[in-house]
Design a protein around this ligand. Structure first.
Ligand SMILES: O=C(O)COP(=O)(O)O
Length: 216
């Protein structure tokens, strides 16, 4: 029986793509680089903001200096606009409340930088007592490295067979594989079902309610 459910944030709990796209486009424009369509950002996001900027910059402009410059403008804009359009996916609030009522412990494991991860979780899910909320932290390897899962398990120690990891990208499926825990891929997020299938997760679900069914 599962005791702990670890959720990815962007593309799994929250649809953050519009705010991420708009802040990155703002930063690119400020630095004199071309912008991108929102759809493209679904493939730029997933490995943290360093990779996001590297991917968003033109092929010949992916220098450390340009990434640092885009980052500077992004952080100013996203700091103010991270909740303009972001919102929980349908059924997510209910799912979290029901899992909590059933006595399951909940945690967040995101590649979004720590400060923004905490801010968004506090704003959208203030009622949910997560046992751990981890984003990308200075000096800690990002997903798909399993450190973030190990860090959650250090706070709430349970047998790995009692943990379910829920995420929307191949990076998430790989994270669960690397950590040796059960994965559930969700199809409402940023990536296609085929990407999830490459990692043979135990489950692939199309609606938040399905997570509750497969837990009990
Ligand atoms: O910000 C990112 O790159 C991805 O964040 P996530 O791990 O919550 O999907």
């Amino acid at each position: 029986m599962k005791k702990l459910v670890i959720f990815d944030l962007d593309g799994t709990l929250l649809n953050t793509i519009a705010d991420l796209a708009q802040s990155t486009n703002y930063a690119l424009k400020e630095c004199g680089f071309p912008e991108h369509e929102e759809e493209e950002y679904k493939y730029f996001v997933g490995n943290g903001i360093y990779k996001l900027f590297e991917r968003a910059l033109p092929e010949s402009e992916k220098s450390e200096e340009n990434i640092a410059n885009v980052r500077k403008h992004f952080l100013i804009h996203y700091g103010v606009h991270n909740m303009d359009h972001s919102c929980p996916y349908p059924g997510i609030m209910n799912l979290l409340e029901n899992l909590h009522k059933k006595g399951l412990k909940l945690a967040v494991a995101s590649n979004k930088y720590q400060a923004a991860t905490e801010r968004l979780i506090k704003h959208y899910f203030s009622e949910i007592p997560f046992v751990a909320v981890f984003g990308q932290r200075e000096g800690v390897k990002a997903k798909p490295d399993p450190t973030i899962v190990e860090d959650i398990l250090a706070i709430f120690p349970v047998d790995k067979k009692d943990v379910l990891y829920v995420g929307d990208t191949g990076i998430d499926m790989q994270t669960a594989l690397n950590a040796g825990i059960t994965a559930a891929g969700v199809t409402w997020g940023f990536r296609q079902r085929a990407e999830l299938e490459q990692y043979s997760p135990a489950y692939i679900v199309n609606q938040a309610e399905e997570i509750l069914e497969l837990i009990s």
